[in-house]
Write a protein that binds this ligand. Structure first.
Ligand code: PEP
Length: 249
């Protein structure tokens, strides 16, 4: 089954406004070379500027988080509805940094998935095991539990709007990427488990994240079940990010 690759840049809490504008413009200038879907995921603060830059270019816009609440007295929160209204299309849910630093458990993630889907945002649901779990050979059980807890109750229509990001925690920001064999094994496993629930999962994109760079991306993109990449560090350097998009055929 042919799935168009997605290369997504998660800028996290990096960059100043002028740097974000510069980076978005550099990526926009390269758009003629893209053979994949390209997604920029800036800080909330830069969404309006980046939207203005990528408007009508085919480059997609995402956000890194949303509130579990609809609206109201929740100081500091940003709602899914507000994001949709601001032109955001994709939303990261379940990133390991939010699970770890902000205590987001499966109840919270489930609420975020539901509210994001309700307002027409496309979740990028992140899953992946820590190092001790990988060393114990229990990565499949660990990831399956993450999928079961947050995704298994959703409908086929919901699945059609979700992208999965397999991100082994030991590979995020460490320079240690999964080997193509490790990535392929986990992506095929995730796809099978989801397809047993809803066959539409055969069409879902399962992207890989964890220290992707121009030197390791060709091998990873050569895996039949790797449908793109969620890129952290390398997405902050336009040359590297554009090189990663070039590897996606
Ligand atoms: C991420 O945080 O989603 C990520 C993949 O980061 P990095 O590419 O820096 O490992």
């Amino acid at each position: 089954m042919k799935r168009k690759k997605l290369v997504a840049g998660n800028w996290k809490m990096n960059l100043e406004i002028n740097e974000a504008i510069h980076l978005a413009n550099d990526i926009k200038a390269a758009r003629g070379s893209f053979n994949c879907d390209v997604l920029l995921i800036p800080s909330f603060l830069f969404i309006a500027d980046v939207k203005h830059i990528v408007y009508a270019t085919g480059i997609h816009l995402g956000a890194q988080n949303c509130s579990i609440y609809e609206n109201g007295a929740y100081t500091g929160e940003v709602s899914a509805k507000q994001l949709k209204g601001a032109g955001v299309e994709y939303i990261i849910i379940g990133h390991s940094e939010r699970r770890e630093h902000f205590g987001e458990n499966h109840n919270v993630l489930r609420q975020k998935l539901e509210i994001a889907l309700k307002y027409g945002l496309k979740p990028i649901f992140c899953c992946g095991e820590p190092l001790d779990v990988r060393e114990a050979g229990k990565q499949k059980e660990y990831v399956l539990k993450q999928l079961q807890e947050s995704l298994f109750g959703l409908t086929a229509k919901d699945f059609a709007n979700i992208t999965i990001a397999y991100e082994p925690i030991w590979a995020i920001g460490t320079g240690l990427n999964a080997t193509p064999e490790q990535a392929q094994e986990m992506h095929a496993f995730i796809r099978k488990e989801l397809a047993d629930k809803h066959p539409i999962a055969l069409q879902m994109r399962i992207i890989y994240g964890g220290s992707c760079n121009p030197a390791n991306i060709n091998e990873l993109f050569g895996c039949p079940d790797v449908d793109g990449s969620l890129v952290g560090g390398s997405s902050l350097r336009s040359k590297d990010f554009i090189a990663i998009t070039a590897a996606a055929k």
